[in-house]
Design a protein around this ligand. Structure first.
Ligand code: SAH
Ligand code: DHB
Ligand code: MG
Length: 220
C-alpha cells in the first residue's frame, strides 16, 4: 500500500503545487544539516497554508519548528502585517530553521523562540493573550494535553487549531498502548471531548509520510 500512497502523493504534488511553491530547498537543507525527516509532507504543508489563508490568519502560533518547513508554508499565508511565532526546544534545529526562514524572505514575519515550549509559552501569553487565530501543534506528543490548555488561553475566538500525528499507524485506537506518545494523543482527545470551548474533528491521512492524521479544532 505504501508505494501506492507515495505514488498518488507524487501525482498530486506534480499537478497541484506550482513551481514557485516548491520548498524542496528547505527539505534539502534540513537533510544536509542532519535533521530527522519528520517535517509535514509537501501536500500537508500546502493544506496548512490554505487553511491559514481561508481563515485569514494574522497571528499564527506553531509548537515544534524543526527546520521550519511547516513554518514557511504557514508564514507564506500571512498578510504583510502578519506574525508567526514558532517554538523549538533544540537550539541547533532553531538555527537551521532561522536560516531557512531568512532564505524564504520571512525573517520579519516568523520568529523562532528557543526553549522547551512549556517554559516559553508563559512569556508568550503575557504579551499575546487571546490573539492567535491559527495554532499548529507538532512538538512532543506527551505534552499535547498541555499544549491544548495553552492554546485555549492563547487563542482568539474563532481560532483554528491543527494537531499533527494523532493516528500513528492506528495505534491511537489501542487503549492498551504503553507508548507515552500514543497516550498523550489519547489524553488530548479526551480533553477536547470535555472542553466546551472546542469543536473538533479528525482526519486520517495516508501518503508519503505513511498512515497518520490530524485533528482540526475550532475555538468558539
Ligand atoms: N513542524 C515541523 C516538524 C516538527 S518535528 C515541520 O512539519 O516542518 C517536532 C519538533 O518539536 C522537533 O524539532 C523537536 O525538537 C520539537 N520539540 C520536541 N519537544 C519540544 C518541546 N517540549 N518544546 C519545543 N519543541 C519541542
Ligand atoms: C514524529 C514527529 C512528528 O511531528 C511527525 O510528523 C512524525 C514523526 C516522531 O517524533 O516520530
Ligand atoms: Mg508532525
Amino acid at each position: 500500500m505504501e508505494n501506492k500512497w507515495s505514488g498518488v502523493d507524487r501525482l498530486f504534488l506534480n499537478s497541484l503545487l506550482t513551481n514557485d511553491e516548491n520548498l524542496d530547498y528547505v527539505l534539502e537543507a534540513n537533510r544536509a544539516a542532519g535533521l530527522p525527516q519528520i517535517d509535514v509532507s509537501p501536500l500537508q504543508g500546502k493544506l496548512l497554508h490554505l487553511l491559514a489563508k481561508v481563515k485569514g490568519a494574522k497571528r499564527i502560533l506553531e509548537i515544534g519548528t524543526l527546520g521550519g518547513y511547516s513554518t514557511i508554508w504557514l508564514g507564506k499565508a500571512l498578510p504583510a502585517d502578519g506574525k508567526l511565532y514558532s517554538l523549538e526546544a533544540h537550539p541547533y534545529f532553531a538555527e537551521v530553521a532561522r536560516d531557512n526562514i531568512a532564505r524564504a524572505g520571512l525573517q520579519d514575519k516568523a520568529d523562532v523562540i528557543i526553549g522547551n515550549a512549556l517554559d516559553t509559552l508563559p512569556s508568550l501569553l503575557e504579551q499575546n493573550r487571546n490573539i492567535f487565530d491559527f495554532i499548529f501543534l507538532d512538538a512532543d506528543k506527551p505534552s499535547y494535553p498541555d499544549y491544548l490548555k495553552w492554546s485555549i488561553k492563547l487563542a482568539a475566538p474563532g481560532a483554528i487549531i491543527i494537531a499533527d500525528n494523532v493516528v500513528r499507524e492506528g495505534e491511537v485506537a489501542n487503549p492498551q498502548s504503553t507508548d507515552e506518545r500514543v497516550q498523550g494523543i489519547q489524553q488530548f482527545l479526551q480533553l477536547i471531548a470535555n472542553e466546551p470551548r472546542i469543536d473538533a474533528t479528525a482526519v486520517q491521512t495516508v501518503g508519503s509520510k505513511g498512515y497518520d492524521g490530524f485533528v482540526l479544532a475550532y475555538v468558539k
